[in-house]
Ligand binder design. Structure first.
Ligand SMILES: Cc1cc2nc3c(=O)[nH]c(=O)nc-3n(C[C@H](O)[C@H](O)[C@H](O)COP(=O)(O)O)c2cc1C
Ligand code: SF4
Ligand code: SF4
Length: 323
């Protein structure tokens, strides 16, 4: 069994370069939407009612603050990177989407589907209005018709639209993560988690997410009017991949219906820690909740183009010896 000192590079990683954003105060109208749209609550208002980054924060460069700003006052100074240590996974620069070209190499417009994919952003702020059941049904159908290995279709869905039950779920799953946060921050207790959790859980971005949920700065289910849980049968292959493909079908279908969508693994995975709740949701023995997502009408604009990692692609073309 390794010691804490040996595992310290993973459990208390260094080399982290925080994301840095800035606000053009001449353009800013102090509407506060960037502050509301930041999942990790990185911003606060300064004495002049303009957003400024808090003294202590973790920005993982999602750019959701930027796309919420109606006057384009938010811009990027520095992208989140880990440049040394355990979680240095070779962070590339970020770039906006490349210009679309037709088969002859001429500039063209994106197709409707491409635009939907590019402008899709996570929605974490919802109106209270319920999602019509006909729309929920169309979203579920998009999942049911997803591809799967061997056509296994290993998934099962549970929909929760009862506000009372959603509040119970929020409270119960928030407690799970509050407990996990306590364990993760204690040098001795965290050792109990090392053998049961995958390495990625100790990534600083995941750890900060757990912290935000524990401190109730990040909601588990975002007071959304509808939650969908995706579970897969344990006897079938690649459950995470299947839930992901199935869920992304539902994500795109939801946006096409004018709905907002947030994946919430914290909500999905957290439920597995509470067996009674997992069973109540319809995932008994042999079933594991792989993820969940929330749906609702967006409270304000939460979509738009952002840059993303531009990692070199290895490409073998005809007539060229090698990559
Ligand atoms: C599998 C998966 C799980 C996620 N879980 C959560 C979650 O629990 N809570 C949350 O606020 N966002 C969650 N997200 C949303 C990501 O934070 C988001 O997709 C990422 O920051 C990129 O931002 P974008 O979706 O706006 O492009 C999850 C996304 C994926 C794909
Ligand atoms: S880029 Fe994302 S994490 Fe960073 S401040 Fe903006 S909303 Fe918050
Ligand atoms: S969203 Fe834009 S206008 Fe509104 S407070 Fe933020 S920077 Fe200012």
């Amino acid at each position: 069994m390794p010691t804490f000192e040996e595992l310290k590079p993973m459990l208390r990683p260094d080399g982290i370069h925080n994301g840095v954003m800035t606000v053009d105060k001449d353009k800013c109208t102090s509407c506060g939407l960037c502050v509301q749209n930041c999942p990790f609550r990185c911003w606060e208002m300064d004495v002049n009612n303009h957003p400024k980054l808090k003294d202590e924060y973790l920005c993982f460069s999602c750019y959701n603050c930027m796309i919420a700003c109606p006057v384009k006052a938010v811009s990027i100074v520095q992208n989140f990177q880990v440049k040394e240590g355990f979680f240095d996974t070779d962070f590339p620069e970020v770039k906006m989407p490349l210009e679309p070209k037709d088969a002859e190499g001429n500039s063209v417009q994106w197709t409707e589907t491409e635009r939907l994919i590019m402008e899709r952003r996570t929605v974490r702020n919802f109106k209270k209005d319920p999602v019509p059941e006909s729309f929920l049904s169309r979203v579920l159908e998009a999942g049911r018709f997803a591809p799967s290995g061997g056509n296994h279709q290993p998934w099962k869905f549970t929909v929760v639209t009862d506000p009372g039950f959603i509040s119970q779920l929020e409270e119960a799953v928030q407690s799970v993560w509050a407990g996990t946060y306590g364990a993760c921050t204690n040098d001795e207790v965290v050792m109990n988690l090392v053998n049961v959790l995958p390495t990625g859980v100790f990534d600083p971005r995941v750890q900060y997410g757990i912290r935000c949920i524990a401190k109730k700065e990040l909601s588990v289910y975002f007071s959304a009017p509808a939650i969908v849980f995706i579970g897969c049968n344990d006897k079938m292959t690649n459950p995470e991949m299947h839930a992901g493909i199935c869920g992304q079908n539902m994500n795109l279908a939801a946006i096409s219906l004018g709905l907002g969508f947030v994946w919430n693994n914290f909500g999905g995975v957290g439920v597995n820690q509470i067996p009674e709740l997992k069973a109540k949701l319809g995932f008994g023995d042999s079933w594991t909740v792989q993820t969940s997502f929330c749906l609702g009408y967006p409270k304000f604009k939460q979509k738009g183009l952002v840059p993303r990692h531009f990692r070199p692609v290895t490409w073998f073309r005809p007539g060229i010896d090698g990559a």
